[in-house]
Ligand binder design. Structure first.
Ligand code: SF4
Length: 237
């Protein structure tokens, strides 16, 4: 099997993590953009402006994607477009296929709903790409505490680039303040982590920010980052 130059192996990933550790988020994004170019896509849920601002600051040609489940808050969609206008950059809005916009599958089965409205569109998006950049941070939650800057996503056969993995909540707030970034308007209403409106609740000040997602359910992730149903392509590499 030929080794595509943009496919990284386990040893290369570990070497890259070594090289990139301690580098700024901007440096990491510059490296990733230089290396993967248009074979990389960035996803942002636009709960905040940080990742899109960082990516477009490095190059407005970096494609930032909003996965529009069709149950996002209208404020979030407007926020994404306003930020694109303000900063300037490529914004793509991706919607689900194979389900009518108004089908409330979340009332019956949130995993199935996330699978068709978020995970399948992401996987279509990543087909033919080699890298996927996200805003995951170790400080987000316990389940993200081991996030590496560069990782292999064996489920999608792409390299995952997490340029702000090492940022603390303080670093995150400092970047926002330094650049005068606007908040998603829902932040002021107590929403700490913002997803779809049926599955997001405001949280009390000081509570775990992600506790407002799928509140009351044994669910903490939508399946983008922790696939529940694997679509494994067996790789011989
Ligand atoms: S977060 Fe809720 S509404 Fe959004 S895709 Fe998942 S189950 Fe559906």
């Amino acid at each position: 099997m030929s080794h595509h130059p943009l496919h990284l192996g386990v040893d290369e990933v570990s070497e890259l993590n070594h090289q990139l550790s301690g580098k700024s988020a901007e440096n990491i994004i510059e490296w990733a953009h230089g290396y993967f170019d248009h074979h990389m896509v960035v996803t942002s849920s636009f709960g905040d402006a940080t990742l899109a601002h960082l990516a477009w600051g490095v190059s407005p040609l970096i494609e930032v994607v909003l996965l529009d489940t069709q149950f996002l808050f209208p404020e979030t969609i407007a926020f994404a477009h306003e930020l694109r206008q303000r900063v300037g950059g490529v914004l793509t809005v991706v919607q689900p296929e194979g389900i009518a916009p108004d089908v409330e599958l979340w009332k019956l089965d949130t995993d199935a709903c996330c699978a068709v409205r978020k995970v399948a569109p992401l996987e279509r998006l990543l087909e033919g790409r080699h890298a996927w950049m996200t805003g995951l941070r170790r400080d987000d939650s316990q389940s993200r505490a081991n996030t590496q800057v560069i990782a292999l996503d064996p489920f999608r056969d792409v390299v995952k680039v997490n340029p702000i993995a090492a940022w603390s909540n303080t670093d995150f707030a400092a970047y926002k303040a330094r650049h005068g970034l606007p908040d998603n308007p829902l932040t002021a209403k107590g929403y700490a982590s913002i997803g779809c409106w049926p599955c997001t609740r405001p949280v009390e000040p000081g509570a775990d920010p992600r506790s407002g997602r799928w509140a009351g359910q044994d669910k903490t992730e939508c399946g983008l980052h922790e696939p529940r149903v694997s679509r494994v392509t067996v790789s011989t590499r």
